[in-house]
Write a protein that binds this ligand. Structure first.
Ligand code: SF4
Length: 314
């Protein structure tokens, strides 16, 4: 049975990029509608159990000290493997965080970290974003604001010195989304130069996608390219089991194999953490290739990336 995940939207910039890469480039499959979505067992419309952890609409509270806010339901493009395909692209444009959300943030003094996502918050206007960030910043126990976005990859012209100024003013961390080295274009580099030059700290998250980026050379190129542009690779995620995502999902062993091959080959600073976001809201669980650690009396036996043993007195 085929299953249509969600709306299709591709920016003219990303469309040109895909066209320049040719008709068979794997990146196309991530945004273009294709009849290859099969329903597989274990898939869910809400794989991370966000609805069950949402005390007020637009806010998800899973971890004790951090929350996720859905600032908008719009994105610049819609990714076919999106965990939130149940939500994104579904608004009539009138989605807004309610006063109840800010009341919840004020009341819960244990919250210190707010991740603003959606949807993509960089699709908001400068004024809308400034207003939202000001409201969050007014709450004194909130120390860190992160903003999740794919905009520098798919709509780099949205990044302006004015926007960077707003992010710096509110001391925002950008948590970006890149999946392939083909996204590291001159325009994207220019956008990242504006952000890094203004002092916006940036990390990136990559979803491991079958046939698109699931090989060591591709990811080494991506992670080094991000680092060069002053973006720290943060997470490499196993694709969430959202409905219709089976054609994108790799076996977990594949990710472990890639991480194992990357260790020692690329700089530690370019290495992301490989993780699964536990289905049902269990949070992120990091995975490491096994057999790295063994005790032998008063020594720890460590195995390096070449499979050689080293002993640490302990
Ligand atoms: S940009 Fe992010 S939120 Fe939007 S469709 Fe892609 S993965 Fe989902």
């Amino acid at each position: 049975m085929s299953h249509s995940l969600q709306n299709c939207k591709i920016t003219p910039y990303y469309r040109n990029l895909l066209d320049s890469l040719g008709p068979d480039h794997p990146l196309r499959r991530t945004v273009e509608p294709l009849d290859d979505c099969m329903l597989a067992s274990g898939e869910l419309t809400d794989p991370l159990g966000e609805e069950a952890h949402s005390p007020v609409p637009g806010l998800v509270h899973t971890y004790p000290d951090k929350v996720l806010l859905f600032a908008t339901l719009d994105c610049a493009v819609y990714c076919r493997y999106c965990t939130r395909s149940r939500l994104v692209g579904k608004s009539s444009g009138d989605w807004k965080l309610s006063a109840e959300v800010f009341g919840y943030l004020e009341k819960h003094t244990e919250i210190r970290d707010v991740l603003i996502s959606g949807g993509d918050p960089l699709t908001l206007s400068d004024a809308g974003l400034d207003d939202l960030l000001s409201k969050v910043r007014k709450i004194s126990h909130i120390r860190t604001i992160r903003l999740g976005s794919k905009v520098p990859a798919v709509l780099p012209s949205r990044i302006t010195p004015e926007l960077a100024g707003i992010l710096v003013k509110h001391r925002v961390w950008l948590q970006l989304h890149f999946i392939h080295p083909a996204e590291l274009t001159a325009e994207m580099t220019c956008a990242c130069d504006i952000l890094a030059g203004a002092g916006v700290p940036m990390v990136s998250q990559t979803v491991l996608l079958k046939g698109i980026n699931d090989d060591t050379d591709t990811l080494a190129k991506l992670f080094y390219g991000l680092l060069e542009r002053r973006i720290k690779p943060y997470y490499l995620f196993q694709c969430d089991p959202v409905i219709g995502s089976s054609s994108f999902r790799t076996p977990v062993e594949k990710g472990l194999q890639i991480i194992s091959e990357l260790q020692g080959r690329i700089s530690g600073l370019a290495m992301p953490t490989f993780a699964i976001d536990a289905p049902g809201g269990g949070g992120k669980i990091s995975l490491l290739p096994n057999s790295q650690f063994l005790r032998d009396g008063n020594e720890i036996v460590l195995t390096n990336y070449e499979g050689k043993e080293y002993r640490y007195p302990d």
